[in-house]
Write a protein that binds this ligand. Structure first.
Ligand SMILES: [Zn+2]
Length: 295
């Protein structure tokens, strides 16, 4: 390819529609004023790339992942994510989600993937025809149009190794006692997470969380969590719970932090998993992961 070909993307109508939707996601996100200044700096890089299209911007390595709230359809629970990324001169847009129903368990799925490099036609894969069991699967532009950052809670993950401000944000949160958060993660599929202890017993449990370990594992969730099996307290009013074995019985139980200190064995593979309640109400595993050699 010659220079004239390599400094522009070859876009057709479908490509332009997807890029317009991705640009809308960036614009909605910045307009919602929910990003921290460090995240805004990286999202602005993506906006710069989009503003210059079809011209090529090179030298950036930035991705943004937005994860949506949980949706219930009878016993089925879903949530979706959308990602916009630039890696050198390659632009990509993708989406996927997570599906759960009690009878079959949970599974992650890809909805679509589009990427383009200068001088080549875009590669586009639409997996929606395989996703008939997902009740709210949508085409990317329709899904972005339906996002309302003001009405519901969304997660945002920004990955940008060339933005040291993101690391400062994460460092400060990790050092503070109140919450631990991961905003910079190695893979575009990672979803931001939080640990928010609400009392002293939960604070002691939160100390067992290793932020690096959480970010190294794909997000895993506990479902249909209602009450502590020991004291009957409502777990959706708590920040953490343990699904673990009991000292007195062979059974496992869901335990609030206080009951775990009295009845639980430990946090660890084969002993107990620690879950933290997320802003959208989901329960994400934050300690007690399967060791790498056993998974
Ligand atoms: Zn309890």
């Amino acid at each position: 390819m010659d220079a004239a070909e390599s400094d522009r993307y070859e876009l057709d109508g479908r490509d332009r529609a997807l890029l317009k939707a991705a640009g809308l996601l960036l614009d909605k996100l910045t307009a919602a004023k929910i990003l921290r200044p460090a995240q805004l700096a990286s999202v602005a890089k993506l906006q710069h790339v989009f503003a210059r299209l079809p011209r090529v911007t090179s030298g950036l390595e930035t991705s943004l992942t937005v994860s949506g709230p949980r949706n219930k359809f009878g016993e089925v629970e879903t949530w979706h994510w959308w990602e916009v990324a630039v890696s050198e001169t390659c632009l990509s847009i993708s989406s996927g989600g997570h599906f759960y129903r009690p009878s079959t368990g949970g599974d992650s799925f890809a909805t679509m993937r589009w990427d383009i490099t200068p001088g080549f036609a875009a590669d586009f894969r639409d997996y929606r025809d395989r996703l008939q069991i997902v009740p709210d699967v949508k085409a990317f532009p329709a899904a972005i149009a339906a996002i309302d950052f003001a009405a519901r809670t969304y997660g945002v993950a920004v990955n940008d190794p060339d933005n040291p401000l993101l690391e400062e944000d994460t460092d400060e949160k990790t050092e503070g006692d109140e919450s631990v958060a991961a905003d910079v993660v190695d893979t575009g599929k990672a979803i931001p997470w939080l640990v928010t202890p609400l009392d002293d017993a939960e604070q002691r449990l939160a100390a067992r969380v290793n932020a690096v370990e959480v970010s190294q594992h794909e997000a895993q969730y506990a479902y249909n969590i209602e009450t502590c099996d020991c004291c009957g307290c409502l777990l959706n009013e708590r920040g953490l719970f343990v699904d673990g074995s009991l000292r007195s019985q062979v059974m496992w139980a869901n335990m609030c932090a206080q009951c775990f200190e009295g009845e639980g064995v430990d946090i660890g593979w084969g002993k107990g998993q620690l879950y933290a309640r997320q802003p959208d109400g989901s329960w994400r595993m934050v300690a007690g992961f399967c060791p790498p050699d056993k998974s």
